[in-house]
Design a protein around this ligand. Structure first.
Ligand code: HEC
Length: 156
């Protein structure tokens, strides 16, 4: 009588243990994206072989059709009219977040805070309400993510 129950409990326990063991390292394979590994709230490895270009990153964060980060964030950008204030001011962010932390934040901020309204810029699977032109494509390419991360890391 008790045996099946005990084995169910054992199975649940084993699953929980697996969950705990893998909690800090997740390998993400999102159909058309470069696979990446999330380790303790960071993506330690660059998504591309080419180092990010901070000037290109600045152009992306300002571009209303690309990053449009300024819809929600103030940044130390001269002459930028009407920045949003839904998100924190990003002045100095490169001083308190590492490149690896910034990379996860841009790739998929929901892996840090599931309730955030910040878009996941490098994600394809599991999205709803996607504009037609973005179906099957992330908002930013892997290289654009690296460019944005490179720009943010200059904000010391
Ligand atoms: C729709 C609004 C929105 C947009 C667009 C947006 N963010 Fe955010 N962002 C937020 C909010 C809100 C937070 C606060 C933390 C949270 O919600 O998890 C945040 C947090 C951050 C953080 C962490 C800051 C800290 O002090 O910890 C970084 C870095 C960041 N955003 C960068 C960007 C960049 C770069 C872009 C554009 C590529 C962008 N965000 C676009 C809303 C947004």
């Amino acid at each position: 009588m008790c045996e099946p129950r005990r084995s169910i409990a054992a199975a649940i326990f084993a699953l929980l243990c697996m969950g705990i063991a893998s909690a800090s390292t997740t390998v993400v394979h999102d159909t058309t994206l470069v696979p990446y590994t999330v380790v303790n709230g960071t993506i330690p490895r660059s998504l591309t072989a080419v180092p990010g270009n901070p000037a290109a990153g600045l152009a992306i964060v300002k571009n209303r059709k690309l990053g449009n980060c300024i819809a929600c964030h103030s940044m130390p950008i001269a002459k930028e009219a009407f920045p949003g204030n839904v998100g924190p001011n990003l002045k100095g962010v490169g001083g308190y977040l590492s490149v690896a932390q910034l990379r996860l934040r841009i790739v998929n901020a929901k892996l840090i805070n599931p309730d955030t309204i910040m878009p996941a810029y490098y994600r394809v699977a599991g999205l709803t309400d996607v504009a037609k032109k973005f179906v099957g494509k992330p908002i930013l390419t892997a290289q654009q993510v690296e460019d944005v991360v490179a720009y943010l890391s200059t904000l010391k």
